[in-house]
Design a binder for this molecule. Sequence first.
Ligand code: G7M
Length: 319
Amino acid sequence: MDEIQRAPTSEELKNFEFIQVLNEDPRTKTANILGKLKFSSSEVSQDAILLLEKLHFGSQELPILSKERILQWIATDKNDIYHWYNGLLTKNEKWPDFKVTLIWPATEAHIRKYSSQPRYLIRETPHIYETIVKPYIESIPPSRIQWVYNILAKESEAERILLEVEEESTGFILLPDMKWDTVTLESLYLVAIVHRKDVRCIRDLNDTHLPLLKNLRRQILQFVPQKYPGVRSDELRLFVHYLPSYYHFHVHVTHLRNDTIAGGIAIAKAYLLDDIIENLERFTKDYYKRATLTYVLGENDPLFSQMNDIGARVTPDIL
Ligand code: G7M
């Protein structure tokens, strides 16, 4: 295997050299850190980002928590009937303590994206889309969505595919999103990636895409409750991001209880698939060409300075 393609070994990961914390969030128990990583056979270190998330207790762990999982109770204080402890868990591969996404080699764009930054609400008119955003999307090198093409070509994550509909114009692949631990149903997070390559984002959608959108909706709502008994179709949130991070059309599928911002569902970011279908079918077939869309943009986003220059940030006077 090409050296650059293979994953680092545990030994190589141990030699990750910490540079700085890019972002951290105590609510979601996540942290993004920047460092340097290299293959042991190489002299050259490259930027690497670790996206860390502490996992919560799984429902199968809880009944055996005190008997099997807790290695040590460390008493910290007490007051009347209230007793406080910190705890250490046993090592058990079945129940990992945390989940990591390693991005390596990481580009400047990744470092900017995963860094804490001020955020602003933007009003994107059709004119701003045509003159600023669309040219930007067209300038993004196709390598940014290589991971998507790897999935569609079954060159990566093939064994994680849950459902594939092969049809050219309405087909898609459904698989776990990289953010999901693939175990905890309450935080279920799947992503459906369409086979066709001509839809980059919500702005490209019109009524000719209704068969695609409806097929996605029907198949996912039928399949997921069968695959994960206990999850009902009315507990699944199907939505699309605008702006997305990756400009190849995909739909997010999450459990209703996965309702943190990290669950991708923030308003001014997530558009419900049902609303998209309704807008295209009942209102205007080119709704998303004509709509002004409001979204959050971080200061590090490549689009931010242009948006700032033309006054697209929300003010009391602009609507
Ligand atoms: O914001 P946007 O709609 O572009 O979200 C893209 C989604 O794709 C996010 O929820 C990511 O967690 C997910 N994702 C990104 N990458 C690079 C991968 C990947 O390599 N594999 C999988 N399964 N999901 C990914």
